[in-house]
Structures are given as C-alpha cells and as structure tokens.
Write a protein that binds this ligand. Structure first.
Ligand SMILES: [Cu+2]
Length: 392
C-alpha cells in the first residue's frame, strides 16, 4: 500500500483545493470539526510550551486527517511553506482555497468559502468574540519566518533541553515553536492574526496547513539527525517524557508512538525518492529508467533507456501513450522546463520531442500522473494545458 502523501498547498490544482475545502466544510457540518477546536483550546502545557508540542500536534493532525478521510478517502492535509508563499498575494488566499485577509475595522474574512456570508463556517466562541472568521495579515508582526531561520533551526542538534519549557536553550523544539530564536511557529499565528492567535486557532482552517508544515520540519530534523533522540526520556512532568501517554487520548497514544511519522501512515512530498512520485515540478528531470507513478500505483510514466517516454498501466505494462521517441534520445533526459514545456532531449541536449507548451503564461506548470490514467500538465493557476491520452 502506498503511503499517504502530504503535499505543498501551492502545488494543488484547483480541483484538489476544492476537494479539501469541501471536506473541511463537511466536518464542520457534522459537528466533528468543533471538537478539534475545543481539544486544542483545553490542552495547554500538555501540547504547547514544552517537548510534547511536536508529538501532540502530530497526533492531533493525524486524527483530524483520518476524519477528513471519512469524508473523502485518500485526502491528506496540505502543508503551507510560509518561507516561500509569504505574502498576502500568495495563492493560498485564493477564494477557491483558504479565502483572503480580513476586511474593514472588524477584520472579517469576506472572500472564499470560509467567509461568514457564504453560510457554512461559524466559529466556535472560545477566546474569541465573533462567530465570523477574522484575519489580520501582517498587522501584529510584519513578516513570516525566513528560510534562514528554518535552516538555522534545523541545525540545532538537541531536540529539547532542561527545564523543558519556553526558557529551554539549545532546543530545536523551543526554537521551532518560537519562544527562543527568530520565532517560527508562533510568528505564523501572529502574522495571520485574528482567530489564528488564541488557543482556539483551529477556528481558522489555516491552522492545519501551518501545523502540517511544522510537522514536516520536525520530520526533516529527524531525518537530518538520525542519532538524536526525542528528549526528555524521563524526569520531566507527566506527558512530556518519551514513554508518557498523551492527554486527552491516553492508552496506546504515547509520545513514543508518534516518533516515526511513516508509521502513522503518511509522508511528505519532500521525502519522495528522486524521480518517483506522481508529478514533475519545474526543473525536474527523468533519466533512463526513472519513472513517475500515480498515487494509487495504477499508472506509470517512464522515460525508458531507449529514449521513449511511455505512459502505461503498472500491473500489465499496457502502453496507453508514448512520445514516439524510441531510439532517438538514448542517454538523454526528460525535463519539465520552467517555461512549462515538457521536453525529451538527447545526450547532447538537443530537443527531440516536446509538448510545445512552453510560453510565458505557462511558466511554473507541473505535470501529474493521475489516478484516471492520464498524464497532464497544469499551469500554476490550475488551467489544464496538455493531456494524454486524448480520449478520456
Ligand atoms: Cu500552532
């Protein structure tokens, strides 16, 4: 079985954005969503300002994601890399996705499907006074975390340190959470403002995308420091040590049970082995025998050693489409060019075949191998620019 993949929200195409928002609204309608707001509000030190911050939120997100999957099987929480998509103009604020900034003196969100007037998103009044969602982008703090801040944080070798709270020094957790250093996690809550600020912050669905990114960074730190354990192993208050059960789940849900995110059933798209995944981003290349595979594993898009690009069924190899470049590009590459053109180039880098979709308007397009057996190129604004096979 393929692991569930959490993706960069900026790479979702329009239909994927819609599906995710649909599922959030459905959990709200079923009354399930508000339980998460309550849980997060009540957790206090058991989930914040201490070592359990990262394990607690990892478990919290995974449980929420499983509830999303009850609505839409296979759905994952996208992550928001705020070091890249770091302005009020970023696509995350599109009306089709998270909706925009708050407007007017009451900072009410008025665009998109979480706007109060859209009729489906009523906030839970814990630590807030309005049932409409509010945002104040850049008002309380002017900038989102920088790449440098994240790089420096990932370089801290100790997971955490005594006294296991907001004063801990040389602590990856405390730096990432934001109580020391340039402030990473807290800063994002502050930058968005409005309902993202109090402990009832899951009132804003951005919460999930923000915390998926925090969790991704923890997973990255774990990968980059394989010999560094979770700390503390013992000696801290109950709920903070590695073997401790976590409030409010208890039982088998311990800090230890969250330490390998792969075991919880998901990975991040930034963890894919090179050349194996269901998409090509600008600049990605396939060399001989490398392939993409659709997320359900049913379809394969391979750059064969003979220079032919072939879409086929994975189980029986039946070709569904080929570029017809068999014998013409041995030793070459298939490259998703930054101008939106997918090109097969020979060993001397001469153009042998291309989708002819390179243009200014198609810059930053990406290619997907989809469940439905198509290989498609989408522009960054989700417009389909190329698709094979032609017949559906
Ligand atoms: Cu947070």
């Amino acid at each position: 079985m393929m692991a569930l993949i959490r993706r960069d929200q900026a790479m979702l195409y329009r239909q994927e954005q819609t599906t995710f928002v649909d599922a959030l609204l459905e959990l709200k309608r079923r009354g399930i969503y508000d339980n998460y707001i309550k849980q997060h509000s009540q957790i206090g030190y058991n989930g914040h300002m201490g070592p359990a911050f990262l394990p607690w939120h990892r478990e919290f997100l995974r449980r929420f994601e499983k509830d999303l999957q009850e609505v839409t099987p296979g759905l994952s929480i996208p992550y928001w890399d705020w070091t890249i998509d770091n302005s009020p103009d970023s696509s995350i604020w599109d009306a089709n996705f998270m909706g925009g900034d708050g407007q007017g003196s009451n900072r009410m969100v008025t665009s998109g499907r979480f706007a109060f007037n859209a009729g489906h998103w009523t906030c839970l009044k814990i630590d807030i006074s309005t049932d409409y969602l509010t945002r104040e982008l850049g008002v309380h703090i002017s900038s989102l975390p920088t790449k440098q801040a994240v790089t420096d944080c990932l370089g801290i070798p100790d997971y955490d340190s005594y006294p296991w709270d907001t004063t801990s020094k040389s602590s990856f957790r405390n730096d990432l959470e934001g109580w020391i250093g340039p402030d990473i996690h807290n800063r994002v809550h502050e930058w968005v403002g409005g309902h993202m600020r109090p402990l009832s912050s899951p009132n804003d669905p951005l919460f999930w995308l923000h915390h998926a990114n925090i969790d991704r960074l923890w997973a990255k730190w774990q990968r980059e420091h394989p010999d560094r354990p979770y700390l503390p192993q013992s000696g801290a208050p109950m709920g903070q040590n590695q073997p401790d059960p976590m409030d409010p789940w208890f039982g088998a849900t311990t800090i230890a049970s969250t330490l390998k995110h792969q075991n919880l059933g998901y990975i991040y798209d930034t963890e894919w082995p090179a050349g194996q995944g269901d998409r090509m981003l600008p600049g990605d290349t396939l060399v001989a025998d490398q392939y993409l595979i659709s997320q359900d594993g049913a379809y394969m898009f391979k750059f064969q050693a003979n220079g032919n690009l072939v879409l086929s069924r994975s189980d029986n190899g039946t070709p569904l489409w080929t570029s017809g470049t068999d014998g013409k590009a041995q030793g070459g590459v298939c490259i998703m060019q930054p101008d939106g053109d997918l090109a097969v180039r020979d060993a001397a880098y001469n153009l042998v075949w291309h989708t002819n979709t390179g243009s200014t308007g198609n810059r930053a397009s990406r290619l997907y191998v989809q469940y439905n057996g198509h290989v498609s190129i989408f522009r960054q604004d989700s417009v389909l620019v190329w698709k094979k096979p032609d017949a559906s």
